[in-house]
Ligand binder design. Structure first.
Ligand SMILES: Cc1cc2nc3c(=O)[nH]c(=O)nc-3n(C[C@H](O)[C@H](O)[C@H](O)COP(=O)(O)O)c2cc1C
Ligand code: SF4
Length: 511
């Protein structure tokens, strides 16, 4: 452990004990974490779950691109009726990694959430009579693994091949980061390895909160050992002493399974001297931005840091830190297990495929697979499709059939913003309401903007207002540019891409 306890776990323990936070809990957590009281209050006010109170039941309809494109308005109306009839508050909550089972409902009792998916209109009607929907969900069901693949195999964790060999394997296999930016993994490993400090950290980024994506959720719930193995190998390669596995705060099943896998590997001696921690994320999209994530572990508001310095030089507690996506670290374990040559032949990548396909789920496909084959592997009838949201909320709409031959790899995008991102494909048949999808996406960015820089904190709400007005025309270009070029981090930079691609590629969508 670092030399001071960590604020968020202390607050979580108090919240769990009492069902709500009292000022005395915040004071005692601040004292124990050796942080100024004002900083502890800042954190409490920043992270939403610390304002929750047990005994206050709310019905939350999950706002994700799949639900948005379908009968979103009707679902909302029905939910409001249920709220009026039962006296419970109703609201919406952004994507919970449930697009493959959408639409979904959360019944929240303070910070304790029960998730139901998929729900039908009749379930919402029954809710008004005090009956909960029958399909309660703890974790993503096994059947959502759409095919077979290395990433679905829970095999024995591989031996450490040595730092030089592992870094060379990552280089020769061209293993990239898989949180969306595709930075070469070997470069980060090498950059942290050469730092002279004794204390170094490895962070597994399992914060996955971008609507449309659920492949990390799958991995954390169903194969967390593979991710831990990759993290431990990375830690040995860079000379790190500690690993933090940062799991999205709302993914409670993933948290439990990641922790169980940690305990198992710890007991087996796999971690040797390495200290390992499962860390519950703050519950906001911005927590996944790597430097904001570090701030949240340190007990501050999750606001991105100015870079440089990059985490590889000065990361957690100012020490050299390797931050990689959960799937990327799982790939490092695959590389150690199978060797670079076999890995390169296969080029595995997880995709979250949802929307208008017969078998939505998580698929392992080879990088370079054409979009059409990827959609067909999930049972899509591509003749009926009009659009695919590529990457997720921070992605772009591709027009179908124009884009069907597009290889799903890291190649040059056609429009700025065209990118695999973390690997989401959301398919929409003709007649789906793409404007409603964009309304949801822009609402997401406006709500999740952390407020640190003006282009995003002011621009994202304007963008959402423009989407609600279904606005078009050159005036929007300035707003797009302000967000894309002026925002401090990827959240604001990517916010306009979905709307802009809709306007550029779908002239026919109604205004
Ligand atoms: C707003 C925002 C949210 C992000 N969320 C995640 C996330 O949940 N998981 C993730 O791996 N990367 C996320 N990233 C990217 C990280 O900042 C970082 O690039 C990544 O963790 C590095 O790992 P990789 O090289 O394996 O992709 C996010 C970036 C931004 C701007
Ligand atoms: S771009 Fe948005 S999320 Fe990122 S630092 Fe600025 S205000 Fe915060």
């Amino acid at each position: 452990m670092p030399d001071r306890p960590l604020l968020l776990p202390l607050l979580d323990a108090a919240l769990e004990r009492r069902g709500r936070l009292e000022p005395a809990d915040v004071e005692s957590a601040a004292r124990e974490a050796r942080l100024p009281l004002a900083q502890a209050w800042e954190a409490v006010n920043f992270y939403p779950r610390y304002s929750e109170q047990k005994g206050k039941v709310r019905f939350l309809l999950v706002d994700d691109p799949v639900a948005r494109a379908r009968d979103w308005r009707e679902l909302n109306n029905e939910l409001e009726a249920a709220g009026r009839a039962s006296g419970h508050e109703v609201a919406t909550v952004f994507s919970q990694g449930l697009e493959a089972l959408s639409p979904a409902l959360v019944v929240a009792d303070g910070a304790d959430w029960r998730v139901f998916a998929p729900i039908r209109m009749a379930d919402l009607r029954a809710l008004a009579l005090g009956k909960l929907p029958p399909q309660e969900l703890q974790a993503l069901p096994e059947r959502l693994a759409g095919n077979q693949g290395w990433l679905f195999e829970d095999t024995e964790p591989p031996d450490f091949p040595g730092a030089a060999a592992l870094i060379e394997a990552a280089r020769s296999a061209d293993l990239r980061g898989l949180g969306g930016a595709f930075y070469p993994v070997w470069r980060k490993l090498a950059a942290v390895r050469v730092q002279p400090e004794k204390e170094k950290y490895v962070i597994v980024n399992g914060d996955e909160s971008e609507p449309g994506n659920f492949k990390d959720r799958w991995l954390m719930e169903h194969n967390p050992r593979l991710v831990w193995a990759g993290a431990a190998l990375a830690a040995r390669a860079v000379g790190a002493t500690e690993v933090f596995f940062y799991v999205r705060g709302e993914y409670t099943a993933a948290l439990a399974r990641v922790e169980a896998a940690r305990e198992e590997l710890e007991a087996s001696g796999y971690f040797e001297e390495l200290a390992t921690h499962t860390f519950r994320g703050g519950g906001l999209y911005i927590c996944g931005e790597e430097s904001a994530l570090l701030e949240s572990i340190e007990g501050r508001r999750a606001e991105p840091r100015l870079k440089p310095p990059y985490p590889a030089e000065a990361g957690l507690f100012g020490k050299p830190t390797l931050v990689n996506n959960a799937e990327a670290l799982a790939h490092l374990a695959l590389l150690a297990a199978h060797g670079a040559a076999a890995y390169k032949r296969r080029k595995p990548k997880l995709f979250s495929i949802s929307g208008d396909v017969e078998r939505p789920g998580v698929y392992e496909l080879s990088l370079g697979t054409p979009l059409k084959s990827a959609l067909e592997s999930a049972g899509a009838d591509t003749n009926r499709l009009a659009a695919v949201l590529l990457g997720g909320a921070a992605g772009t709409f591709l027009k179908i059939p124009d884009a069907l031959d597009l290889p799903l790899d890291l190649s040059t995008p056609q429009l700025s913003g065209d990118s695999l991102g973390p690997g989401a494909l959301v398919a929409f048949e003709r007649g789906r309401d793409l404007w409603s999808v964009v309304e949801g996406i822009t609402a997401f960015f406006a709500s999740e903007s952390c407020g640190k820089c003006f282009p995003c904190s002011l621009g994202a709400p304007h963008l959402h207002a423009a989407a609600l007005r279904r606005e078009r025309g050159p005036i929007l270009d300035e707003l797009f540019l302000t967000l894309e070029a002026g925002s401090l981090c990827g959240l604001g930079q990517a916010a306009p891409w979905a709307l802009r691609s809709l306007l550029q590629r779908f002239e026919e969508v109604g205004s």
